[in-house]
Ligand binder design. Structure first.
Ligand code: PLP
Length: 309
């Protein structure tokens, strides 16, 4: 058990609905944090988060006060920070801050815990860093159970660009998510719930905030396979997918990364978008075409995802 978990677990606490959000700002020099009013201004207008989207972030889920996959999120935050050449607070500081913010928030079924680091105030000498906790109980229930309709959207660059052009920070989780959010709005204004990006060379990539998972050969117990797009095609390394794979393998599935094309989506026995907050959303239709769906597989995958700590 991590120090974050042990500090938060209080099994006898009850769920108090309607918690307001909590914000803890990190003093990066002292390695301490303090709770501040999230309803009051906390960032300088010249902070590079605000004016350039220059920073990195993580979103994790806390269930009944216990944050999930903390180490995986901190590792990815560190990897994103390395790519962006940002000097971020140490792991212990994040653990303390997450603990403090979740305690102040109080128990709820599900909360989003967002970690963010910006390059700091323009001209300054240190990053700005914070942890924000907000109740998301019930928020994803419909998409988890009913499933989602998805549009395929052109990402506008080829699947090799991330490797050729590391300065584009493809594969880092940066604060510059305006394009991802615009893609989601485009999907929604065209009658879908979500999107999957496709590279200009026809490789299926990821959702704007999620990883694609496909199930193949599910009727042959010796060949049941989970597939997700290759990391070197320019996708974010999903922590949910990474945590699911060992559980799937332990249950006798094969699980690997592959270069996927659009026709693979329609040949799959089931397809999902998975992520830390929503967990899993079964895909019902892509560009209006109905996909195969297996409720028993939804239940199996959901079982693994709920086991993740
Ligand atoms: N891909 C992108 C672009 C994302 O933004 C996210 C999550 O925010 C994911 C994939 C899924 O990652 P995770 O499972 O770690 O939440």
């Amino acid at each position: 058990m991590t120090s974050t978990e042990s500090a938060i677990l209080k099994p006898d606490e009850k769920h108090h609905p309607g918690h307001g959000p909590v914000l803890a700002m990190i003093d990066v020099l002292a390695g301490t944090n303090r709770l501040v009013d999230p309803g009051r201004p906390q960032l300088r207008i010249s902070d590079l988060a605000a004016i350039r989207g220059d920073g990195v972030f993580e979103t994790m889920l806390a269930r009944r006060g216990v944050p999930r996959k903390v180490e995986a999120h901190l590792s990815r935050l560190a990897a994103s920070a390395r790519m962006a050449e940002l000097d971020i607070p140490a792991r212990a500081v994040w653990h303390d801050t997450i603990t403090n913010a979740l305690r102040a928030h109080g128990l709820c079924e599900e909360a989003l815990v967002k970690l963010a680091v910006s390059r700091g105030v323009e001209g300054g000498d240190r990053v700005t860093a914070w942890v924000h906790v907000s109740d998301c109980t019930g928020h994803y229930d419909t998409q988890r159970t009913r499933g989602i309709d998805v549009l395929l959207l052109d990402r506008g660059y080829d699947s090799g660009l991330g490797i050729r052009a590391p300065w584009l920070l493809i594969g880092a989780k940066t604060l510059s998510y305006a394009v991802n959010m615009a893609a989601l709005r485009h999907a929604r204004s065209n009658g879908a719930d979500d999107a999957i990006f496709v590279s200009s060379d026809g490789i299926v990539l990821e959702g704007p905030t999620s990883t694609l998972l496909l199930a193949m050969h599910v009727d042959d117990p010796a060949r049941r396979t989970l597939v997700t797009p290759s990391l070197d095609s320019g996708v974010l390394a999903g922590t949910t997918q990474a945590a699911v794979y060992p559980l799937a393998r332990a249950a006798g599935w094969r699980a690997h990364h592959a270069e996927l094309h659009v026709e693979d989506l329609f040949e799959a026995d089931a397809a999902w978008l998975v992520s830390s907050g929503r967990l899993l959303a079964p895909i019902n239709r892509i560009d209006g075409r109905v996909l195969k769906r297996r409720p028993s597989l939804d239940a199996e995958l959901s079982g693994w995802i709920h086991q993740i700590e």
